[in-house]
Design a protein around this ligand. Sequence first.
Ligand SMILES: [Cu+2]
Length: 505
Amino acid sequence: MPDPNAMWGRAPRRDGRPGWDLSRRRFLQLGLGASALGLVAACSSTRSGGEATVGPDSPQVGDFASAEEQRFPAGGRVTRTVVAAPADVDLAGIRDTAWLYDGQLPGPVLRADVGDRVQIRFRNQLPDPTTVHWHGLAIRNDMDGVPDVTQPPIPVGAEFVYEFVPPDPGTFWYHTHGDLQRGRGLYGALIVDDPAAPADHDAEFVVVLSDWLTGSTPTQMYDRLRGGSMESSPMTSTALGGDAGDVRYPLYLLNGRPPADPAVFTATPGQRALLRIVNASDDTAFRVALGGHRLTVTGSDGFPVEPVRTGSVLLGMGERYDAVVALGDGAFPLVAAAEGKGAQAFAMVRTGGGAPPDPAASPDELRAPPLTVADLRAAAAVQLPARDPDVTLGASLGGNMETYTWTVNDRAYPTYTPLTVGSGRRARIVYTNTTKMYHPMHLHGHTFAVARPGGTGPRKDTVIVLPGQTIATDFDTDNPGQWIVHCHNDYHLAAGMATIVSYRS
Ligand SMILES: [Cu+2]
């Protein structure tokens, strides 16, 4: 079997040339597709002033990885294999063919401690090339799993060994970064524990939300969108400030199960349960509530926030929320309403007797406006220290519905104008949404702070930008490499809404 790792020399470069040139040569040797070559060419053509692009095989990436290992001298080892392959699923009697990690929908919950040396031997038994992205983890660039940016796509039948050190505890997830592959089932939760921090909960419920097409693939749906067949009845949401999506789905899943065959979480009355909620969907924001309970939100995108009580939370694609709930006695509906789409995902929480809740139940907690990022403040321990940005980068989010093209700064990826940064700076990305739809914008390799006076904004890796809204996000440029920043609507990403934060040296 070909070993793609061998194509990415891990040893520091000795020839002094920019890493990207080497990558380009290797792409050429591999005979990869036109899109990959186009991407590399687009990047190379923007080099200027003698600055060199810091690519995934640049020595700076090796230096970063060494520093991370030194930062966690007592780190343990987590080694496992993950296989992606097609498999049949039965969704309450609806049979479908999915693409799954280890035959599970969602994929297995992966777990490690902060500072562990994680080694995941990934086997691609799919019919298409793929990669795996470790969403939210600020890890070494060459392990970020973005095809044609941080690694060549892993060929059919091949293996790639991902190795990284998770630097922060929290609720993360992993998913394919291949074109429109995620909606076939290639996603799962990734939990990073902090052995030094005692848990303040008795039970843990990992809740992975997704939207599911039956009888067609995301690629077929994308072709329909490109062909101009948008939903005849528009979906709108006040909380999302306009359009709630491009696709109305036949099924919404909670831990891979439809409402007719729900997951059941069990605990005992009075226990404190930690909900780790992941929105793994392609085109659906979810409003989540537990009937008869209030949620205390304690984290967002893996990072702690000052606890805040709410009836419900609203998650865009790619976002995670942690919430603690003191459980009552009985059986309760855990509902993830597909925002603006008139349907829901559902599970049951059971601590005692009583009739099971109706899968169509709509708890009162869903009525009030949901908690959003505007209600969150970073916990003191994780605040990004206040500092004026050294560099401010604009990202204008655009769309053309006639061609179904979504853009950043008027370009549709893989054509892009890079957002150029140097190491050791405070960078600010200012997103401006000129479209009628919200976009959950995700930055790889960093955890930004939503910019607020005094530096109190929550730390996140994915933030909803509402129609007409401008949001500034700040981060320290402490992880050299090439990092994609993109809308986490998988159709918008496929249609171009992405660019690259490009480190230069
Ligand atoms: Cu979008």
